[in-house]
Design a protein around this ligand. Structure first.
Ligand code: MRU
Length: 362
């Protein structure tokens, strides 16, 4: 996707040295576009943990490159297993992280040590390239859902939550891929962007990337969705996921579940867009089995923003002394979903539906 006319991805290799890893530092957006160069395993692990790189597919790709950096320091099997465990422990909910690291390990365990670094870079690049292709395909499969509401003189209103755009993946995004595809096809659309407290990925990231691409959008507080749906101002909702179970339950950014409840009450279609790397075939009951990340209290009690003089400031917004809880994700049960959009097509959020698209998982 483009930023001010220049094509970017969210992770790429330094073209000069061919091995160090570049990411866009998402903690600096929307105020400034800063590119981070990572040269060590620890820098990659920190980037994921501190959410300089975030979004389920992106953290998988960054972890794969992080393992490449780790192998440059030590190619032994013992170190490789330790480094995979360390990278895997950075964030618990998005299964893409484990998926990417498992795939790297499977490829590398039987690779002779002198070849491991080169093979690791090739595999990490494949993971990144496949992510781009899969998300582009999600865009194609999601397009008809938006087209169905398009009529001359009518704007299609899509609601999304958190950031599931190109910044959260290697390119295109998951939930935003159908939106970009529809916009590029000339469909008159408008996106309601949930601000997504506490870290405001909607207001800071989704709004920024939609704006850079020219897609009309409006930021709303997280609690506005139900009201907008009641008044017919949302045609459909498309959100991403951090983990989808084989039965179709979907973990996504905290607040997604409430939006799905409101959507059901108002007959608004509610779709999850996710590549197959987000499906955890080992898990069936999302509420019981998906680990939910608990993040720092300060994300709730404080807010960061830009002051009138252009400086960035963090300030406390909660009463002094009050405790805060910060579950970062929730699980939307499959029964509340209209369906899933994957790189192989759309399906009902059921085991049967998923297995029709992915029969090799029978
Ligand atoms: O905590 P984050 O920002 O890494 O959470 C990521 C999300 O929930 C994404 O918005 C998304 O829905 C999944 S990744 C496309």
């Amino acid at each position: 996707m483009k930023i001010d006319g220049v094509a970017y991805r969210s992770v790429w290799l330094n073209p000069d040295d061919g091995w160090s890893v570049h990411i866009i530092d998402q903690t600096k957006l929307p105020w400034s576009l800063q590119v981070l160069r990572m040269t060590t395993r620890d820098e990659a692990a920190y980037a994921i943990k501190a959410m300089q790189a975030r979004g389920a597919p992106l953290i998988g790709a960054v972890a794969a490159y992080g393992l490449c950096l780790a192998l440059r320091a030590d190619v032994s099997t013992e170190a490789m297993e330790r480094d995979v465990a360390l990278l895997n422990a950075t964030r618990p909910t998005a299964v893409n992280l484990k998926w990417a690291l498992d795939r790297m390990l499977t490829r590398l365990r039987n690779t002779p040590k002198p070849e491991r670094v080169a093979v690791a870079y090739t595999e990490a690049m494949l993971i990144a390239e496949e992510d781009v292709k899969q998300n582009e395909a999600i865009g194609r499969h999601g397009l008809p859902l938006i087209e169905a509401f398009a009529k001359p003189g009518r704007t299609v209103n899509v609601l999304t939550h958190c950031n599931a755009g190109w910044l959260a993946t290697v390119d295109w995004g998951t939930a935003l891929a159908p939106i970009y595809t529809a916009y590029n096809a000339g469909i008159d659309l408008h996106v309601w962007v949930d601000e997504t407290r506490p870290r405001n990925q909607g207001a800071a990231l989704t709004a920024w990337e939609l704006g850079k691409h020219g897609v009309p959008h409006t930021v709303v507080v997280d609690n506005a969705g139900g009201h907008l749906m009641q008044h017919g101002r949302v045609d459909l909702a498309i959100v991403g996921a951090d983990r989808v179970t084989r039965s179709g339950d979907a973990a996504n950014k905290i607040g997604t579940y409430l939006k799905a409840l409101a959507a059901q009450d108002n007959n608004v279609p509610f779709w999850i867009a996710a590549p197959s790397s987000t499906i955890d075939w080992n898990v069936a009951d999302g509420v019981a089995e998906i680990p939910i990340e608990e993040r720092s209290e300060t994300e709730v009690t404080e807010m960061t923003g830009r002051l009138a003089d252009g400086s960035i400031a963090t300030m406390r917004i909660a009463a002094e002394g009050s405790a805060a809880a910060n579950p970062a994700f929730d699980v939307t049960p499959a029964r509340l979903l209209t369906g899933l959009i994957t790189e192989r097509g759309r399906c009902p959020a059921t085991e049967t539906g998923l297995l029709k698209l992915f029969p090799e998982r029978e």
